[in-house]
Design a protein around this ligand. Structure first.
Ligand code: ADP
Length: 395
């Protein structure tokens, strides 16, 4: 069989991230980003090897941008694309794995849009545009939520009246499933244990952050819930707050639901605590220079992360290791060291030199002798989406 190429597409409300994944190459032959879609500033930037290109497309929408991206991907694939893998944020309870897209899958993604009103409609626009441009090409949807459908009911139910679950889907779903799956499989390979007999604590720390308990290759619990706002502190998202905060702010400040939602999702997290930035690199520099807000944001972030990981340990029979991934997890030795200091009760301990070596995509183990394993594993959601697309093509 010839070597296959899958185009991976991740459509946001005004952006499209894309990567061409070749099943035999470790780097992407093509990757890029279309931004500011629907505005006069719309632009596509892409990279082939070291060469970078930019194409300004004033006013272009998702379909117009894809009309440029798809032929480019086809050319880079030597004239033959084998399939397209689409990241879809919310699969609800309907999707326990990836799916070859047909009319019924489109309907189900649409139905789940009420659970992810900002994301699923944008994902659908990308799918529909790609299907009309390449009607003969197999297209697969890979859901952020699907990996967590293996959580037991006692982990995914909220303690609220039952009809809210049975009639309105109010339960914990979890997100970042593609990343949690990818890194827990990689970690098992790295230490030479079978995935189906392994047990991990995972911290995915990007702009959004979540923790996960992965047992035998399956999610048993995760920190995000009905929406990606629940759980640990993130770049601009608060993570857990007292659920009565909404009522308190409405009553004392007269805030609307929309104002409270915007504050919790866009103005909170590292940004809200520091009063400075949502970017961990900026915060590192600032706290080294003595900025008190940056120091507080860093400390709250690490403590709340450790607390979440400790709670995830309840879902594990034993622990093969703790995995750090995502932009912060892969690069910030300071976050890893401080977080692990709060996990002494599990005997976790970081080796300072090994920790300092793992940055910029370097995978490795960073524990001292005698500590359970602590791994830094670069995530690769595009490759995982391509692998799941290929698996469905094979099936
Ligand atoms: P996304 O969730 O958008 O994919 P990333 O996984 O790229 O995000 O992670 C973004 C975060 O990673 C930002 O907070 C950024 O500051 C952080 N980050 C990237 N490089 C470093 C670094 N060298 N040191 C500390 N934090 C970093």
């Amino acid at each position: 069989m010839s070597v296959r190429n899958i185009l991976v597409i991740n459509c946001g409300s005004s952006s499209i991230k894309f990567a061409l994944v070749n099943e035999k190459q470790s780097t992407f032959p093509l990757q890029g980003l279309a931004e500011c879609l629907g505005s006069p500033e719309a632009v596509i930037q892409w990279q082939i090897g070291e060469a970078k290109e930019t194409l300004s497309l004033p006013g272009a929408d998702h379909a117009a941008a894809l009309a440029k991206i798809l032929p480019l991907a086809q050319e880079m694939a030597g004239g033959r694309l084998d399939g397209i893998g689409h990241r879809v944020v919310h699969g609800g309870e309907h999707f326990t794995g990836s799916s070859l897209i047909d009319a019924s899958v489109l309907d189900a993604i649409n139905t789940n849009a009420q659970l992810a009103p900002l994301h699923n409609p944008a994902n659908l626009i990308g799918i529909e545009a790609a299907m009309s441009l390449f009607p003969g090409l197999p297209q697969v949807s890979v859901f952020d939520t699907a990996f967590h459908q293996s959580m037991p009911e006692y982990a995914y139910r909220y303690a609220v009246p039952e009809f809210l679950y049975t009639e309105h889907g109010v339960r914990r779903y979890g997100f970042h499933g593609t990343s949690h799956r990818f890194v827990s499989q990689r970690a098992a390979e790295m230490v030479g244990v079978p995935v189906d007999d392994s047990s991990w604590l995972v911290a995915h720390l990007g702009n959004g952050c979540s923790t996960c308990a992965v047992v035998n290759g399956e999610s048993r619990d995760t920190s995000m819930g009905l929406t990606p706002l629940e759980g640990v502190v993130m770049g601009t998202r608060s993570g857990d707050v007292d659920p009565a905060l909404h009522m308190y702010l409405a009553r004392t400040l007269g805030w609307s639901i929309e104002q409270i939602d915007s504050m919790l999702t866009r103005d909170s997290g590292l940004k809200g605590l520091s009063g400075l930035s949502n970017d961990m690199r900026t915060l590192h520099e600032a706290y080294e220079a003595g900025h008190s807000g940056a120091t507080l944001a860093f400390e709250v972030f690490c403590y709340r992360l450790a607390k979440s990981l400790a709670s995830m340990a309840c879902a594990l029979p034993r622990v093969n290791g703790l995995i750090f991934t995502g932009g912060i997890g892969e690069n910030s030795s300071a976050v890893r060291a401080r977080t692990v200091e709060h996990l002494k009760v599990f005997n976790f301990q970081v080796d300072a030199q090994a920790n300092a070596r793992c940055t910029r995509g370097t995978a490795g183990q960073i524990q001292t002798e005698g500590s359970p394993r602590i791994l830094v594993v670069p995530t690769n959601e595009e490759r995982q989406i391509a692998l799941e697309t290929l698996a469905l093509l094979d099936a």
